[in-house]
Ligand binder design. Structure first.
Ligand SMILES: O=C(O)C(=O)C[C@]1(C(=O)O)C=C[C@@H](O)C=C1
Length: 390
């Protein structure tokens, strides 16, 4: 299978070997679900100004009273999405880095429109300024797009300071063989977006990504709004505009308000002003870890069952004064339960981030020590810490 061809070529950092994948290994025929937009069909949907006025005066619900405008081929509003005829072309041709980010598309929104204005898109642009951000339908698709040489990098959310971990991406890090080559932190400032003329007290429902809804829990409860989970924040904004809803708002960015022609009815509605999402930058090849700046290393391991095993595992870092910045446990899916002494135990994978570069001897010693009793160990990447103050 094509996926395996690429996977088997990818190398693990901890083996110390790193090979380049030559263009001949690229898989041009890969069938991959990516948003496709035919240039001839490029259109942008926006709410017409007459519709806005209609709403302001409390007139009819304006469902579907939308204007479809043709916009120029090279409009900055539209990123060039991956198209089927590009599957055969090499993507790294010395031009801009192409970065995949995940955006789920509503099934009834034609794929050709794509969804812009999501936080993940901003993160991709922060990580790789000037990059061409390529929307992907699912997190898996973004991983596959990199593996199959359709894009150069993926930028995916891994944790949020209020909502916690994005578990799906932890699982995918293990299932795929990409390497973490960087991290980027994005200050997430949510707004409540509604169609023009809609007032706060006229709202009954709120639509957004579950993470975004969770980050605004207090405000939404205070406003007494019924939460409806959708696939992403920008998609929620687009739906509100497309359907001309007058009883619903979206939790999304100010950027999404501009793109979809919505008004901002409330700003900074997250439960804490310090709302930060951490994104990982993923690539086919690892970067060579350095010691010239602050580095972080991400690993995943599993252990035997028994008293104190996790304590022992974490001691390999504590003994060497290595600071841990994050820990996450996920079920070991292949063998989720293990029987021992008449009892059944859950099996886990432990994901740990620690502040040291794999180029540091102390980090190498810690992992050698951990390898002595871990049943499985993989280095997911050693990369520079994002030290930007948000
Ligand atoms: O829906 C979006 O805009 C996204 O980019 C997704 C996502 C997430 O998956 O956590 C990214 C950042 C925010 O924390 C909220 C949502």
């Amino acid at each position: 299978m094509a996926v395996h061809t690429v996977r088997s070529l990818a190398t693990h950092l901890h083996t110390g070997t790193s090979r380049n994948i030559s263009p001949s290994h690229r898989n041009p025929n890969a069938a991959i679900r990516l948003s496709y937009r035919s240039p001839k069909l490029r259109r942008f949907i926006s709410v017409s100004s007459s519709l806005r006025e209609g709403n302001e005066h409390g007139k009819e619900n304006s469902v579907r009273a939308l204007e479809v405008k043709n916009i120029p081929e090279e409009s900055p509003l539209l990123p060039k999405a991956l198209s089927s005829n590009q599957l055969a072309e090499p993507v790294s041709n010395g031009s801009r880095v192409r970065v995949a980010y995940q955006i789920n598309l509503f099934v009834y929104v034609p794929l050709k429109y794509g969804v812009r204005g999501a936080y993940s898109e901003s993160a991709a642009e922060k990580a790789y300024p000037n990059c061409e951000a390529v929307p992907c339908e699912e997190f898996d698709t973004a991983f596959e797009a990199v593996e199959r040489w359709l894009v150069d990098r993926a930028v995916l959310p891994i944790e949020n300071s209020l909502g916690g971990s994005i578990h799906r991406n932890y699982d995918l890090l293990l299932r795929h063989n990409l390497h973490i080559v960087g991290e980027v932190k994005l200050a997430v400032r949510h707004c409540l977006l509604a169609n023009h003329g809609v007032k706060l007290d006229g709202l009954r429902r709120v639509l957004s990504h579950p993470q975004a809804l969770a980050q605004c829990e207090n405000t939404l409860t205070r406003l007494g709004l019924v939460r409806e989970a959708v696939d992403d924040t920008a998609g929620a904004a687009k739906l509100i505009a497309l359907e001309g809803l007058s009883d619903a708002a979206a939790v999304a960015s100010a950027k999404a308000a501009k793109i979809y022609g919505l008004s901002v009815v409330a700003e900074d509605i997250q439960d804490d002003s310090d709302n930060v999402t951490r994104f990982l930058m993923l690539a086919r090849e690892p970067i060579i870890p350095g010691t010239n700046k602050l580095f972080k290393t991400s690993i995943v391991f599993s252990l035997e069952e028994g008293p104190g095993v996790l304590f022992k595992a974490l001691a390999v870092f504590a003994l060497r004064q290595i600071n841990l910045t994050k820990m996450e446990s996920r079920p070991l899916r292949k063998t989720p339960m293990r029987a021992s002494g008449g009892l059944k135990y859950f099996d886990y994978l432990f994901y740990v981030d620690f502040e040291a570069s794999m180029a540091d001897e102390v980090a190498q010693n810690a992992l050698r020590h951990l390898e002595e009793f871990a049943t499985f160990l993989r280095v997911l990447g050693s990369y520079p810490v994002d030290t930007t103050m948000l």
